[in-house]
Design a protein around this ligand. Structure first.
Ligand code: HEM
Length: 414
C-alpha cells in the first residue's frame, strides 16, 4: 500500500469529539490530504471500516455494483443486524430500499418512484407555499424565536405527513419518536444502542398503528397506495412495507430540517451572500444547491460492503470490508470545487453529492429542493433583517455521525 494511505488502528474520524461536531471540515480536509482511503474503527454496529474522503473515490464507491448496501452480504458471519442484542426492528429497517441491491432495490423503488416525479412534486407547490406562509405568519416577532423548532422542522414534517397521509394529530408523536432514536444512540456504545433500539421499537409500534388505520380507512395518499400493493400480493412483503414507511417518514424530514436550519445559519454567517439572495431571489435554485453542498445535511449514507477485492485510488479494499463514503468531504474537495470552503450561491456546475449518486440517489431530491426554494425565499422576503439571537459560539450541533443538524437556532426576526 502506498505510504500516504494510513492504516490506522484507532478511530479515523472521531464522530463524537465536540470539536469534530462543531466543525468536521478541518478533519475531513486533513484526511483528504494525508489518508484519503483510511482504515479504522467505525461506529457500531460495524467494526473496522474504510473511510473514503476524496470526491472521485466517493463517486466510485457509490457507482460500483461491487459495493453492496445489504448488511447480510457481509459473508464472514458478522452480519451486524444479527447481533444477539439487536431487536427485530433493526433487521426490519434493513428491508428498506436504501439497504437493498438490485433487483430488490429496483422493485421497491418502482413502487414509490411514481409519487416523487418532478411533475407531481411541482403540483404540490401551492400547498407547500401555503404551509410555509402559515408557519411564518404564526412566528412571534416580539421575542427571539427558535427557527429550527418553529419553522425548519414543522415544514418538512407537515409536507411528508401530507404526502403519506399521516393524520395531523399524530405528527408531533412521530417527531418525538424519531428524536428518541437520534439522541438515544449517542454516545455510541452497547447501552446507548439498546436505548435507541427501545425508541425504534416504539416507533415501529406507531407505524403499525398507522398501517392498521389505513387498512381500515384508506385514502388517496401514499401509505394507502403501498398498503394496496402489499395486499395485491407479490410486490411488497409486510416487513418491506413497514421498512418503506420508516424510511420515507424518517428521510422525509430528518434531512430537510437540516437543509433549512443549517442553511439559514450558513447565510447568517455570510451576510453578503444572504443580502445577494435577498436582492436577487432568482438565485434561489443555485443557492439551494450551494447550501446543500456547503451544509451536508447527510454526512454519509448507507455503509457499503465490498463483495470482492476492489482497488480504489491504488488501495486494495478487501472483500467483506465495510466502506463509508463521506459525502460531506467529497463536497468540500478542492479538486472539484474551487474555493470549496467558501459559500458562493452563484457557484456554477455544482455537481455536489449531497443527495448521493447512482441507483440510491435520493428519491426525495425534487421535494427537498422545492421545500428549500420556498422556505429560504419566503423567510428572507418576510424577514430580511433576521439575526442570531445568541453569540455564535453558543450554537450547538446535534451529536449524530450521519445527520448534520443544529440543536436549535435562536433568531431575532425583526
Ligand atoms: C435535504 C434533504 C435531503 C438530503 C440531503 C437527502 C440525502 C440523501 C442521500 C445522500 C441518499 C443516498 C444515501 C446512500 O446512497 O447511501 C438519500 C436516499 C434517499 N432519500 Fe433522501 N435526502 C433528503 C431528502 C429526502 C426526502 C424529502 C425524502 C422523501 C421521502 C427522501 C427519501 C429518500 C429515500 C427513500 C432514499 C433511498 C433511495 C434509494 O435507496 O433508492 N430524502 N437521500
Amino acid at each position: 500500500m502506498n505510504s500516504v494511505f494510513k492504516k490506522a488502528d484507532s478511530d479515523v474520524l472521531n464522530f463524537l469529539d465536540p470539536a469534530y461536531l462543531a466543525n468536521p471540515y478541518p478533519a475531513l480536509a486533513a484526511l483528504r490530504n494525508s489518508a484519503p482511503i483510511a482504515k479504522g474503527k467505525q461506529v457500531p454496529p460495524y467494526g473496522d471500516a474504510w473511510t473514503v474522503t476524496r470526491y472521485a473515490d466517493v463517486l466510485t464507491v457509490l457507482k460500483d455494483a461491487r459495493f453492496s448496501v445489504e448488511p447480510k452480504r457481509l459473508n464472514n458471519g458478522k452480519n451486524p443486524m444479527e447481533r444477539w442484542w439487536l431487536p427485530r426492528t433493526f433487521r426490519l429497517i434493513s428491508e428498506g430500499l436504501l439497504n437493498k441491491d438490485d433487483p430488490d432495490h429496483y422493485r421497491l423503488r418502482n413502487l414509490v418512484q411514481k409519487a416523487f416525479t418532478s411533475r407531481l412534486i411541482d403540483g404540490m407547490q401551492p400547498h407547500i407555499e401555503q404551509m410555509t406562509d402559515e408557519l411564518l405568519a404564526n412566528l412571534d416577532t416580539s421575542k427571539p424565536v427558535d427557527l429550527l423548532h418553529e419553522f425548519a422542522l414543522p415544514l418538512p414534517l407537515a409536507v411528508i405527513s401530507h404526502m403519506l397521509g399521516v393524520p395531523d394529530r399524530d405528527r408531533m408523536k412521530f417527531r418525538e419518536l424519531t428524536n428518541g432514536i437520534m439522541t438515544g444512540a449517542m454516545p455510541v456504545g452497547v447501552f446507548s444502542m439498546l436505548r435507541a433500539a427501545y425508541a425504534m421499537h416504539r416507533l415501529m409500534r406507531f407505524l403499525d398503528y398507522l398501517l392498521k388505520l389505513k387498512r381500515r380507512e384508506p385514502d388517496n395518499r401514499l401509505i394507502s397506495a403501498l398498503v394496496a400493493a402489499e395486499q395485491a400480493g407479490d410486490s411488497l412483503s409486510a416487513d418491506e412495507l413497514l421498512a418503506m414507511l420508516f424510511l420515507l417518514l424518517f428521510a422525509g424530514h430528518e434531512t430537510t430540517v437540516n437543509l433549512i436550519g443549517s442553511g439559514m445559519l450558513a447565510l447568517l454567517d455570510n451576510p453578503e451572500q444572504m443580502q445577494l439572495l435577498i436582492d436577487k431571489p432568482e438565485l434561489a435554485a443555485s443557492a439551494v444547491e450551494e447550501l446543500l453542498r456547503y451544509t451536508n445535511p447527510v454526512q454519509f449514507g448507507a455503509s457499503r460492503i465490498a463483495l470482492e477485492d476492489v482497488e480504489i485510488g491504488g488501495v486494495k479494499i478487501e472483500q467483506n470490508s465495510v466502506v463509508v463514503a463521506m459525502l460531506s468531504s467529497a463536497n468540500r474537495d478542492e479538486a472539484v470545487f474551487p474555493n470549496s470552503e467558501t459559500l458562493d450561491i452563484t457557484r456554477e456546475s455544482n455537481r455536489h453529492l449531497a443527495f448521493g449518486f447512482g441507483i440510491h440517489f435520493c428519491l426525495g431530491a425534487p421535494l427537498a429542493r422545492m421545500e428549500g426554494h420556498i422556505a429560504f425565499g419566503k423567510l428572507l422576503k418576510r424577514f430580511p433583517n433576521i439575526k442570531l439571537a445568541v453569540p455564535r459560539d453558543q450554537i450547538r450541533w446535534r451529536a449524530s455521525p450521519v445527520f448534520r443538524g443544529l440543536e436549535s437556532l435562536p433568531v431575532i426576526l425583526e
